[in-house]
Ligand binder design. Structure first.
Ligand SMILES: Cc1cc2nc3c(=O)[nH]c(=O)nc-3n(C[C@H](O)[C@H](O)[C@H](O)COP(=O)(O)OP(=O)(O)OC[C@H]3O[C@@H](n4cnc5c(N)ncnc54)[C@H](O)[C@@H]3O)c2cc1C
Length: 323
């Protein structure tokens, strides 16, 4: 790790001003940032620690819910009010990483963490995400990589479990930056690497996620989050699935279907959502939606198995939600 200066501002506005410099990085829990610094893929001259700034670790379960960006995954997982209104978010937080990591990891850091692609994480590979010319995973070791949106410039998978759930719930982010505050719908937060693979979100220089607002679920709302990993202990998911919809007069309305760990962003399947709209919950409807979802998949040379996992997990998530 290269030497750096640690600064500890007392307000987010000051943190935003300090972190706008190109050689500065925000640190919240530090789980991801410090890894990257140790791995030699990031060497900020200034680390701007926000973790002690007061007032941003609140959890107001509502509904509607308001969460501070410094709320830890452990507290989100354990909050009874959140679990009741937004079970998929509680399950996403509860299933991420390990108990020790969940006690350090913050919501804002989880949303803004960088991908775990092994080429990106190895200092020796100057991949496109680091400004190089090649995506080494595309024709290399890609069994854990994307199966959707693989025709873009980078085929890593987005690692945020809470991002998958918050996209399904249609959340929005409160953002503080050097020029003031703004609200950013989560549908516009994740950046698809159509041209620029060097970033994963649409925050601009110095912008910091201050909190997350989640709309109140409508009457009859249902949701579920599922993940599949190679081992149950700490491990990265192969596939995550999150569904949220309302059951109105016995039919599915307003479904949002999101996959995690299968694309460079949490991946919303509009095809599955269309297949569900107006349908009556049944195994046949779950199968129809899952088949519609995977029709869009374009797996790489080693990961077609993830398409099957996505199909099975979406069927299971739907059955879990309407059970
Ligand atoms: C073994 C292991 C298994 C894991 N498994 C999972 C898993 O299954 N699912 C999952 O989701 N995660 C998983 N993680 C990742 C872990 O959850 C994240 O690293 C953690 O959530 C990051 O949060 P943090 O507060 O420590 O972020 P930091 O490391 O402090 O920051 C991460 C990045 O986000 C930026 N940042 C932080 N806060 C903000 C903010 N408020 N606004 C703007 N930018 C910000 C930082 O500049 C940095 O680039 C795993 C990690 C490990 C080591």
């Amino acid at each position: 790790m290269k030497p750096f200066t640690l600064v500890r501002p007392t307000s987010l506005a000051e943190a935003a001003r300090l972190s706008a410099a190109s050689d500065a990085e925000i640190k919240a829990g530090g789980v991801d940032l410090v890894d990257r610094m140790k791995e030699g893929i990031d060497s900020p001259k200034t680390v701007v620690s926000i973790v002690e700034i007061a007032g941003y670790d609140r959890i107001e379960p509502g509904p509607p819910a308001r969460l501070g960006a410094l709320a830890t995954l452990a507290r989100i997982a354990d909050d009874a009010g959140l679990r009741k209104a937004y079970p998929a978010l509680a399950d996403a937080a509860a299933g991420a990483a390990t108990p020790q990591i969940r006690h350090m990891a913050t919501l804002g850091g989880n949303l803004c963490q960088r991908p775990r692609c092994w080429y990106y994480r190895l200092e020796e590979f100057e991949c496109r995400k680091k400004g190089g010319d090649d995506c080494f995973a595309r024709d290399g070791e890609n069994r854990f990589h994307a199966v959707f949106d693989t025709d873009l410039t980078c085929c890593c998978v987005h690692p945020s479990a809470t991002g998958t759930a918050l996209l399904a719930y249609g959340a929005s982010l409160d953002v503080v930056g050097p020029k003031g505050k703004r609200t950013l719908p989560i549908d516009r937060f994740f950046h698809r690497p159509v041209k620029d693979p060097t970033r994963e979100n649409t925050l601009t220089a110095g912008e910091i996620v201050a909190g997350v607002a989640i709309p109140a679920p409508a009457a009859g709302s249902r949701s579920a989050y599922r993940k599949l990993k190679e081992k149950e202990s700490f491990d990265w998911p192969l596939v995550e699935t999150c569904v949220a919809f309302t059951l109105s007069g016995g039919t599915v309305r307003g479904a949002r279907v999101v996959f995690g760990s299968v694309a460079p962003t949490p991946y919303r399947s509009m095809a599955a959502e269309r297949a569900l709209e107006g349908g009556t919950p049944s195994d046949a409807l779950a199968k129809k939606a899952a088949e519609a979802a995977i029709a869009e998949a374009k797996p790489l040379s080693q990961n077609a198995y993830k398409v099957t996992l996505a199909k099975v997990e979406l069927e299971r998530a739907l059955r879990q939600a309407w059970a």
